[in-house]
Design a protein around this ligand. Structure first.
Ligand SMILES: NC(=O)c1ccc[n+]([C@@H]2O[C@H](COP(=O)([O-])OP(=O)(O)OC[C@H]3O[C@@H](n4cnc5c(N)ncnc54)[C@H](OP(=O)(O)O)[C@@H]3O)[C@@H](O)[C@H]2O)c1
Length: 310
């Protein structure tokens, strides 16, 4: 059923031609060498036959013994053979060598061109990825990432974060932590989250993302039209915060733009219309976990969790 595959030659036509020519040449030279040996032995035998054994001892032409003529004729034949091998059939001569060299050079040139093309493509890809990384992750003078883009969020066990454009719970310690971490920094948010505040939060630079080109915001609030522009507008800050809501969290995590997550996990489930995305633990490492019990000021148990990108 599975017959043997026909073996394909591993060498190309030019190499094959070269090998066959070389083999032919070796045979020619071997034959010439055999002829030379035979000639030497023949000469010795002829001389011995004449001088020692006395064969044709008295046969001379123009006073010269016959074996001299015999050797001269054979010598002429040998020289003719020699001439044939080194002159007439010198198919591996200068012209042939030049031709082979040209073929080889042409072949190497093709390979060099292919390699150059490969390098050029690789360089273009590398340059593109470097430019991309430069845009996404500005570096400081040491080559380290200059900013630590951080998500800050409070999410329930079912990842609920908001309902009717409002927060679902009131946890004063969580609000204090939010204030402590974000004060003095840029806070990036979607238009809906911004509108959920009665007024801009003090001591923070608000960067609001909206698709509305004519969106009006109070002075000092930066309005942008994409998450990338929001990050760009915050690049002077060492730790800009993405503070929500659900749409902006989702985009930031999906695009792998975030370095750190400060999560307040509220240990209950709630009805909601805005949610935080599931954290992919293959990408994140929990570096801090502080549990908080219920008390007079806090109706729900909650934990402060910090995740750092692996
Ligand atoms: N628990 C928490 O920690 C927390 C934190 C923050 C917010 N929240 C809650 O989350 C809810 C709000 O979240 P949400 O998901 O509904 O809205 P959101 O993310 O705050 O804002 C959505 C808006 O952002 C703009 N936007 C989104 N993606 C954009 C893009 N790629 N380019 C340009 N503009 C873009 C659009 O504004 P336009 O429609 O103007 O174009 C969009 O309607 C509220 O209930 C809030 O209380 C909870």
């Amino acid at each position: 059923m599975f017959g043997k595959k026909k073996q394909q030659p591993q060498i190309d036509a030019a190499q094959l031609e070269l090998i066959e020519a070389a083999q032919k040449r070796i045979k020619q030279k071997k034959r010439l060498y055999a002829h030379f040996v035979l000639f030497l032995i023949g000469c010795v035998l002829i001389i011995v036959a004449n001088t020692v054994l006395g064969i044709g001892e008295n046969f001379t032409i123009a006073g010269i013994n016959w074996f001299v003529y015999a050797i001269l004729i054979w010598l002429f034949l040998f020289l003719y053979h020699l001439f044939n091998v080194f002159v007439t059939h010198k198919f591996m001569g200068k012209a042939w060598e030049k031709q082979q060299l040209e073929k080889l050079v042409a072949k190497q040139q093709t390979r060099i061109d292919a390699l150059k093309e490969g390098f050029r493509k690789e360089e273009t890809l590398k340059a593109k990825s470097e430019v991309f990384n430069e845009v996404q992750t500005p570096k400081n003078s040491n080559g380290n990432k200059a900013t630590e883009l951080t998500i800050i969020v409070a999410a329930a066990e079912n990842n609920a974060i908001g309902l009717g454009n409002k927060l679902i719970w009131h946890l004063s310690d969580d609000l204090k932590r939010f204030k402590a971490l974000t004060s003095g920094h840029h806070i990036i948010m979607g238009r809906k989250t911004f509108e959920s505040f009665p007024k801009p939060l003090p001591n923070r630079t608000h960067v609001v993302i909206t698709r509305q080109k004519d969106y009006q915001a109070p002075s000092g609030v930066i309005v942008v039209h994409s998450l990338e522009d929001a990050i760009d507008a915050s690049k002077t800050d060492k730790q800009p915060f993405i503070i929500g809501g659900g749409q902006i969290y989702k985009q930031a995590l999906a695009q792998n733009l975030v370095d750190k997550i400060e999560l307040t996990r509220v240990h209950e489930s709630f009805e909601a219309d805005a949610f935080f995305p599931e954290i992919n633990m293959a990408l994140w490492e929990e570096t801090n976990n502080v549990f908080n019990k219920k008390n007079a000021d806090h109706q729900h148990e909650f934990s402060f969790l910090t995740y750092q990108r692996k």
